[in-house]
Design a protein around this ligand. Structure first.
Ligand SMILES: [Zn+2]
Length: 369
């Protein structure tokens, strides 16, 4: 590590510390992070010069001079995120504090055509105008894509959901007048979840929608794998020769834990399925129980491999929270190390996580400058 990297790491640590504590004196920061006070002072000075840190004097004092506290200026910059799904666009605007200031979903089925990309840009411009922020403070826009996105080449290599291959990001980006970043939706959702978790630098995110995916975060960075296919937990084999999966293979986790498993063939959507569960319909109850068996298997496998926190996201979350005890009962006997299930968390952002994570790409780049 050279000096620049050490400083960058310390800067990020201080920013994370301020996120977690809202305000802190330089002595508190130095003590909390085992850094010297001059190092902390130097970094705080640089952050203050960029308008990112302000001094506040509101901390409790036991008499005498009030200590000077530092806090982050969340609204110093803004960033936007857009998640592209098969039928919708999810637009989000956040500040440096990862606070969601505006959120909007519009129905716009995906088409790999210029008119569609022009439309995204039109929606985006209208969204920004509606938000009334100072657009000079906008860092740019991140795009969350459902599929394998190669961040080195900027190619969406394959998306079964959108049914496209090798779509270059610039095809979309040329309709925007601000910087455009992109990545895979599940990677970004995981990134959003862990961004402000105090003391957590590594975790695994499991995203459960019609598709089942995820991401692996080690030391606050997404681990992409050699081919960008890491965290494709939906295609772990959980039943040899079992149900056919969307990938064409048999017995994948997704074949059992996709929300399609619950809804097809009897229900239009997930709300309808759970309405049936809540009326005590025996076949729906049995289906939900089977679903949770497989989900627990997947979660236990992930925990066994990574020995880290596991965060569940996606549209299943609100229903899973209601039956958390049932899931825990299934997980407990599977665990070889007799661990409590305190490693399991639910997403803070549910279906917004992908768009928030996309917006964070620009925040992360900005704070790393
Ligand atoms: Zn599969």
């Amino acid at each position: 590590m050279n000096n620049l990297q050490v400083r960058d790491t310390n800067k990020k640590k201080i920013i994370k510390f301020l996120y977690a504590h809202h305000e802190a004196t330089k002595q508190d920061i130095a003590k909390g992070l085992s850094l010297s006070v001059p190092t902390v002072s130097l970094i705080l000075k640089e952050l203050a010069e960029r308008g990112l840190v302000q001094k506040t004097g509101t901390m409790e004092s036991s008499g005498g001079r009030k200590p000077i506290a530092n806090s982050l200026v969340y609204n110093a910059k803004y960033s936007a995120g857009i998640e592209i799904t098969q039928n919708h666009l999810r637009l989000v605007l956040i500040n440096l504090g990862e606070e969601v200031l505006f959120y909007k979903v519009v129905r716009e089925p995906f088409r790999n055509e210029n008119t569609y990309y022009q439309k995204i840009s039109d929606y985006f411009r209208a969204f920004l105008t509606e938000s009334k922020i100072d657009q000079n403070l906008l860092l740019g826009v991140g795009i969350a894509l459902p599929g394998l996105f190669n961040t080195k080449t900027g190619l969406l290599e394959y998306s079964p959901t959108l049914q496209v291959r090798n779509l270059p990001l610039h095809v979309i980006a040329r309709y925007f007048s601000c910087p455009v970043y992109a990545d895979n939706e599940a990677n970004l959702a995981g990134f959003a979840e862990i961004w402000q978790m105090d003391q957590v630098e590594s975790a695994v995110f499991l995203s459960v929608n019609k598709g089942v995916g995820g991401s692996i975060i080690i030391g606050n960075k997404v681990y992409s794998g050699i081919n960008g296919r890491s965290g494709e937990f939906g295609h772990m084999t959980v039943e040899k020769g079992g149900r056919t999966c969307s990938c064409g293979k048999k017995g994948c986790l997704e074949a059992y834990c996709s929300t399609r498993f619950l809804t097809e063939p009897d229900f239009h959507d997930i709300d309808e399925f759970f309405a049936s569960v809540h009326t005590g319909n025996p076949s729906s109850l049995e289906k939900w129980d089977t679903y949770l068996d497989y989900l627990a298997t997947g979660i236990n496998n992930i925990r066994t491999i990574f020995d880290s926190d596991v965060i569940i996201g996606g549209e299943i979350v609100p229903y899973l929270k209601q039956d958390c005890d049932l899931l825990t009962q299934k997980l407990l006997p599977m665990n070889s190390f007799h661990e409590p299930i305190d490693y399991l968390h639910f997403s803070r952002y549910s279906d917004r996580a992908g768009a928030v994570g996309a917006a964070l790409l620009l925040v992360d780049a900005f704070l790393s400058e």
